[in-house]
Design a protein. Sequence first.
Length: 224
Amino acid sequence: MNEIKDPVKTIKRSAPLSLLLVAVLYMLCNVAYFAAVPKADILAAETTTASLFFTAVFGEQAAKGLNMLVILSAFGNLVTVLIGQSRLIREIGRQGVLPYPKFWVTTKPFGTPIGPYLLKWGMTILMIVAPPAGDAFDFVVDLQNYPESLFFFAMAVGIYLIRRQRSRLGVGRSEFRAWDVAIGLFILVKVLLLVMPWVPPEGGIYAGSVSFFYATYCLAGLGM
């Protein structure tokens, strides 16, 4: 947000609009699925509903083009995460939390935080080539989501603590302030994501996505 003009005004206008647009498109997408594909076919299929939709509407050959859309969607997500998390790492380094802050903060020579980008690139390559297929890969994938949910839960609760402190000190409202109901809903979602993984799967404690104890990644995430 610091890289655009008038960030507060921009986010106040663009954030609700973008959320509304995505929500409407998401609902219309689901309506299209059920309008084109019988419910029985969806329940019995071994492929994604999107694949059934493309086959029913555009034919078998056109359905192959769905793979390209999936690739573009994944690429868009990767770019978004890379930009957002690199700025997050840069800010953490700028606050002095990480060692060698100059390395994380510098934008030379390309005008972008090269240190955080190198870290994300290295971790991505490591994730692709290091864990073997099977339990190890599934465990690492599950593991990286749990600490993230913990972090965002703590961050949302921290917003309330900061507001309480500002109120005690008599500090006025900040220029941009998220709605209390939105933060409360966000906290509830994170609580759900933190609690539900502990619910044992059908078939017992060894019937999860890995062959060992189903909640091992939760314990490892808490340890981290």
